[in-house]
Design a protein around this ligand. Structure first.
Ligand code: SF4
Ligand code: SF4
Length: 452
């Protein structure tokens, strides 16, 4: 089995992002192979833990992928301040004699954003709404590499996940859990300091805020869950996420002072994309009066290039406004009107890009998270839940189709649902050994087989 076939069979998707199927991404040749170990958002511990603990495996996988891609340059990009991780990776590179360079980055947000990283490492800007391969680069997260190592050496399907639990817990911890483990079990394992909490699945800037108690109870760990941030329900990040778009738009219309800070600090603007959130905010008052599509495009088309990183609303805006949410709303309006924003394929980063980086420490203070910053996870617990609910859609594209029935016995790692034929999709594997007790359109529940 070649690398692509092994990755496809294992159901590997981007572990640090939206879950793009990795066999599709790697089915190419590239000049650059970049391993993303920069942990984009604050308070996430997972990439650091993987680099410290599995440096040898990361180097083996990176070498195999770089060979497959025919890459002339292979780098592992991570923050300069990750000293133990840099030492572990350098030792593994030296031991293997691998042609891999470490690329140290400053501590800013969003250092781990794929397009920001590609610009920094290669000096080239990915086109608007494009992919790194458009400028000859492929980027994979360290968690993805670890899964590729498992697929290449053992033929293992993705059935478990490393993740950190941070925030209002006794201390941040790392967990290694079967896919489909309830997030409430993960949080209990971390000894939460409060009983009535809200959770952010992911990081504080781009993670999914879950407030509803039933939604928290039913949420499970998937292939892309890298962190659970536990916060009081009245925390600024939680209450802010619940503001309705009507209120956000009304505030934007009345309070925007056109200072341009949202544009000047926007990471996409900085790498050279056409995106000026201040203009979208300025035009908002006349949204309902614009009938001509060309005029609508001129007023709001920039929103199409927004990546929802949150810099504008969580850091830049002195008025506490939400250009990100307005851009997301406007993307929907552009879609509804069938208006396509043309793509600028040749972009150049702003000359003063380095002067506009946002230090993570200042961002964390602005987010009201300073009390949790600087605390690190030192131990990793293995959880063995009695039941799991394994979703059929943990990736971009079509859900996988179940190949098992209720009552069937399954072994951990066995195929549970097959990638949709002829479509972007990914295989799903059983994550514990047991019996299938329920299958719904969303996924399958497995009860652990009792020993003896
Ligand atoms: S969320 Fe704001 S800062 Fe981020 S890309 Fe969109 S407009 Fe730019
Ligand atoms: S930073 Fe805030 S006030 Fe300034 S232009 Fe942007 S939305 Fe308006």
């Amino acid at each position: 089995m070649n690398l692509i076939e092994a990755v496809k069979a294992a159901g590997i998707v981007g572990a640090g992002g939206a879950g793009f199927p990795t066999h599709v991404k790697l089915n190419t040749k590239a000049e650059w192979f970049i391993v993303n170990a920069a942990e984009c958002e604050p308070l996430i511990e997972t990439d650091k833990y993987l680099c410290r603990t599995y440096a040898d495996r990361i180097v083996v996988a990176a070498t195999a992928i770089a060979t497959h891609l025919g890459a002339a340059h292979t780098v592992i990009a991570l923050k300069r301040k990750y000293e133990p991780e840099i030492a572990a990776l350098q030792a593994a590179i030296d031991k293997a004699g691998a042609a891999i360079k470490l690329f140290p980055m400053e501590t800013f947000y969003p250092a781990g954003d794929e397009q920001t990283m590609v610009q920094l490492v290669t000096g080239k800007t990915v086109p608007e709404r494009g992919l790194p391969i458009d400028v000859g680069a492929v980027v994979d997260n360290v968690g993805t590499l670890l899964n590729i190592y498992g697929a290449l050496t053992e033929g293992a399907g993705v059935s478990s996940k490393f993740l950190s639990v941070t925030g209002e817990v006794r201390e941040p911890i790392m967990l290694h859990v079967p896919i489909g483990t309830a997030i409430t079990e993960c949080i209990e394992a971390a000894a939460p300091k409060i009983s009535d909490y809200a959770v952010i699945l992911g990081g504080p800037m781009m993670g999914k805020v879950v407030v509803d108690r039933d939604a928290i109870k039913s949420a499970v760990v998937t292939k892309t869950t890298g962190n659970l941030l536990v916060l009081p329900r009245d925390h600024y990040l939680i209450t802010r996420a619940q503001r309705p778009i009507e209120r956000i738009a009304a505030q934007a219309r009345s309070a925007c002072i056109q200072c341009r800070m949202c544009t000047d600090l926007c990471p996409r603007y900085l790498i050279g994309h056409q995106i000026r959130p201040n203009l979208v905010m300025r035009n908002l008052y006349r949204e309902k009066f614009i009938e001509d599509d060309g005029e609508f495009l001129r007023a709001f088309g920039d929103a199409a290039n927004c990546c929802s990183c949150g810099v504008c609303e969580m850091f830049a805006c002195p008025m506490g406004l939400s250009p990100r949410k307005v851009n997301e709303y406007m993307k929907g309006q552009l879609r509804e009107r069938g208006i396509q924003m043309p793509r600028n394929m040749v972009c150049e980063a702003q000359e003063d890009i380095n002067l506009h980086r946002i230090p993570t420490g200042r961002l964390v203070t602005r987010l009201g998270l300073a009390e949790y910053y600087g605390l690190h996870a030192h131990e990793c617990l293995e959880l063995e839940p009695e039941t799991v609910f394994v979703p059929f859609s943990q990736h971009i594209g079509k859900p996988a189709a179940p190949v098992k029935n209720v009552g069937d016995s399954v072994e951990a790692g066995e195929l549970l649902a097959a990638a949709a034929e002829g479509a972007l999709s990914a295989n799903i594997h059983a994550s514990i050994t047991g019996v299938i007790t329920e299958i719904t359109p969303a996924g399958a529940r497995i009860a652990r087989r009792k020993e003896g």
